[in-house]
Design a protein around this ligand. Structure first.
Ligand SMILES: Nc1ncnc2c1ncn2[C@@H]1O[C@H](COP(=O)(O)OP(=O)(O)OP(=O)(O)O)[C@@H](O)[C@H]1O
Ligand SMILES: [Mg+2]
Length: 239
């Protein structure tokens, strides 16, 4: 098997626990280069934990994490980040008291120069260029999400992990952001998107999985039947 035949990101039988309580009960998931995979599921299903496992922030208690076919289970988050795994956490992780520009320039740790970082970010998100001196905390929700995405993209990730991109944003803004995400995937990035409410992400997803109480209940092509059945997955899982 060559590296190119392997999915860029693979979770194989991943189990994860907090304080001895298992919340992922053997999750299998693959994301290929250029693919957008949507991971859906109700509150507390374990979606964020899947992303944390994929980013090395919460190592699996059993099972494997593979990148390009290589076993990277238990590898530290910093090393995974350098290998190209980028997590945009829920709540965006931008520094509200710093300017847009300073938020971006912090990313010099990834080894790219200041000019290159600003150029890459403003090229993709012209709105941020116009607001480069503005405090990030005073940006609109959509602009903050763009800043978070920009910060991730300047690291030139191979795998992009997005947690609840749509949180608190108007549907039009969400649709716009997902168009950008689709564009990023088209350039060869493997994208795994977590969402609780699915509609927007399903328009751009190549593959979808429904996680309920730490188990993948369904996965396949995100067609209209999935939309119709989603609520039954959610309602069928009392928490
Ligand atoms: N740091 C933690 N310590 C203890 N339990 C945790 C921790 N983080 C998550 N959990 C528990 O693990 C389970 C899965 O949580 P997780 O955040 O992965 O779910 P989620 O699907 O992302 O939910 P949401 O849609 O609400 O974001 C939940 O029962 C949660 O309470
Ligand atoms: Mg979550």
């Amino acid at each position: 098997m060559t590296v190119n035949d392997s999915p860029l990101l693979e979770l194989r039988g991943v189990r994860a626990a907090y304080h001895g309580i298992t919340v992922l009960h053997g999750v299998d998931l693959t994301v290929a280069a250029g693919q957008v995979v949507a991971l859906l599921g109700p509150n507390g299903a374990g979606k964020t934990t899947v992303l944390k496992a994929a980013a090395g922030l919460h190592p699996p208690s059993a099972g494997q994490l593979l990148m390009g076919g290589r076993d990277v289970t238990g590898i530290r988050p910093g090393r995974l980040a350098r290998a190209g795994v980028c997590l945009i956490p829920e709540g965006r992780g931008v520094f509200p008291n710093l300017s847009v520009r300073d938020n971006l320039l912090m990313m010099t740790f990834c080894g790219r120069g200041r000019e290159e970082i600003e150029e890459t970010a403003y090229d993709r998100f012209p709105v941020l260029a116009a607001r480069r001196t503005q405090q990030a905390g005073t940006l609109s929700g959509g602009e903050q999400q763009m800043l978070a995405l920009a910060r991730g993209l300047v690291t030139d990730p191979a795998v992009l992990l997005l947690d609840e991109l749509s949180m608190g944003l108007a549907p039009l803004v969400v649709a716009e952001l997902y168009e950008l995400v689709a564009e990023i995937a088209r350039q060869g990035v493997a994208v795994l998107v977590v969402e609780q409410f699915a509609a927007a992400v399903l328009k751009i997803a190549d593959h979808a999985a429904v996680l309920v109480r730490g188990r993948i209940q369904w996965q396949g092509h995100p067609d209209s039947s999935l939309q119709a059945e989603l609520s039954s997955y959610y309602l069928g899982s009392p928490t």
